[in-house]
Design a protein around this ligand. Structure first.
Ligand SMILES: Nc1ncnc2c1ncn2[C@@H]1O[C@H](COP(=O)(O)OP(=O)(O)OP(=O)(O)O)[C@@H](O)[C@H]1O
Ligand SMILES: [Mg+2]
Length: 464
């Protein structure tokens, strides 16, 4: 429908008013460079009717509008001196059928100091936001990234690669590994590498919440939902994690009854607070961890298989430190360097014997234990390098063969072979003891193959 003259006039008035308010100044020139619109009164003290039809160069000092008319290239945020003020301008060509038919010039700021003030203001705001973000993260966020997960081991590196790849998806991840192998580091890093990183990271340690409180901790409750409930009600951890990641640590400790409820939450992506009657939409990603073989708990009926399959979409099995020989020496040096700032006379290396002892040990507490051992050795050390005797006895026994007695009865009962067998047996038992029952480690200490050790054990009748 054609617009009436009245409608057009009304629209023009609105546009005029908008221009007046939106810009400190605005000027439009035609294809010859003559002024056709002039809202510059606030800057130049010249009325529009006095300049309409005149060439822009006659009216505005240092103008470049006529140049943009020729080049057809917009100039945005340029600084131009007008009446002793540095103003911030933009010049935009108007193009019709490929030809420049005019140019619009606008003044965004009358004075560059205005821009400086704005930039400073923005800077201040940014600093505030950063501070709040850090605080929020400290309270409810992930602390570690993939940069902090160190390794020189191929298998561990492949776990990191899978974790990085999966981080950007929404798939549930299950991390399995002995205590101290870095499961929690992985959970944090996956969250930090995901698009949920600005959302919360909420950790739930299934082993540390008493069984009778776990439901209210996870689901929250409405005021007065049960005896002893707070009058204000409580937001559950699941709800707190909305938009982010939930990290279910020590998953094996989740009571069977809760497992069923958790499964429902994962399937329906909804939950209800205890005592509530409205359903809350849930948008969370699940990462869980366990230091036991959860599959065997499933097989024993101690963990629901349907929940296990739901949570175990991506499975990361972190290798124990004892199987990552390169990592043992890497971490040993890493922690030495790490502690060197705190200890003025910190040694700067390890003796070969010390390093061998570290590599031979079975590290049940993995990286966490190694870190403690290094710290303790630094404290005991009196030399430029950490020596084997600075290590705890259970890692390095200086008098390792002292316990073996080579006594022969006075009446010399028994032949050479039986004496030799007895002594061999004692040496083997000593090695097994030193390796904390680990046969592979014991074989290594003895310098024989594991199968050879088993053969000897069986031959000597000391296989339990
Ligand atoms: N790959 C690694 N790189 C750097 N530090 C590591 C690594 N693995 C473990 N650590 C160190 O070991 C400590 C224990 O790691 P983390 O808490 O992730 O272990 P976990 O597998 O969750 O153990 P737990 O089962 O006992 O809870 C960390 O605080 C960290 O200092
Ligand atoms: Mg942990």
């Amino acid at each position: 429908m054609e617009k009436t003259f009245e409608q057009l006039k009304w629209e023009m008035e609105i546009i005029d008013e908008f221009i007046e308010k939106a810009y400190e100044g605005l000027i439009i020139i035609d294809h010859k460079g003559n002024i056709i619109k002039f809202k510059y009164e606030r800057l130049l003290d010249v009325k529009e009717e006095e300049v309409i039809g005149r060439h822009v160069t006659e009216v505005i000092e240092n103008t470049r509008l006529h140049i943009v008319l020729k080049t057809g290239h917009p100039e945005i945020g340029d600084v131009q001196m007008i009446r002793g003020n540095n103003v911030v301008t933009s010049r935009i060509p108007i193009i019709r059928d490929g030809k420049v038919v005019g140019v619009v010039g606008t003044i965004l700021f009358k004075d560059v100091t205005e821009v400086q003030h704005m930039a400073e203001h923005l800077d201040r705001m940014k600093r505030h936001v950063k501070k709040y973000k850090q605080e929020l993260k400290r309270l409810n966020g992930a602390k570690y990234t993939f940069d902090e997960i160190l390794t020189n081991d191929k298998h561990m590196q492949s776990m990191i690669d899978i974790a990085k790849k999966t981080a950007v998806t929404n798939s549930s991840v299950f991390v399995e590994g002995e205590s101290g192998t870095g499961k929690e580091y992985f959970a944090h890093a996956i969250h930090e590498n995901s698009y949920r990183k600005y959302g919360p990271f909420v950790k739930i340690n299934c082993a540390s919440i008493p069984e009778n409180l776990i439901e209210s901790e996870l689901f929250g409750y409405e005021p007065g939902a049960f005896t002893g409930a707070s009058n204000h009600g409580k937001i559950g951890k699941f709800e707190l994690a909305n938009g982010g990641t939930i990290f279910l640590d020590e998953l094996n400790s989740m009571p069977l009854e809760m497992q069923g409820k958790l499964l429902r939450v994962i399937e329906e992506r909804e939950l209800e607070r205890i005592g509530g009657n409205s359903r809350i939409q849930l948008d969370v990603r699940f990462i869980s961890a366990c230091n036991q073989n959860l599959a065997s708990l499933v097989a024993d009926g101690k963990f629901r298989s349907d929940l296990y399959y739901r949570l175990n979409v991506v499975h990361l099995k972190l290798p124990p430190l004892k199987n990552r020989k390169k990592d043992i020496s890497m971490f040993a040096h890493h922690y030495l360097k790490f502690f060197s700032n705190d200890y003025p006379n910190c040694p700067n290396g390890y003796s070969r014997e010390a390093l061998h002892a570290l590599e031979a040990y079975h590290w049940p507490g993995n990286v966490r234990e190694l870190r403690n051992v290094v710290e303790s050795a630094i404290n005991l050390s009196t030399k430029p390098s950490i020596t084997a005797s600075d290590l705890p006895d259970y890692i390095y026994q200086t008098k390792s063969s002292e316990g073996i007695k080579f006594e022969i009865d006075s009446d010399f009962d028994g032949d050479l072979k039986s004496h030799m067998d007895r002594i061999e047996g004692e040496i083997i038992l000593k090695a097994i003891n030193q390796a904390h029952g680990n046969r592979t480690e014991a074989a290594k200490l003895l310098g024989i193959h594991r199968t050879a050790l088993y053969k000897k054990l069986s031959k000597l009748g000391i296989m339990e």
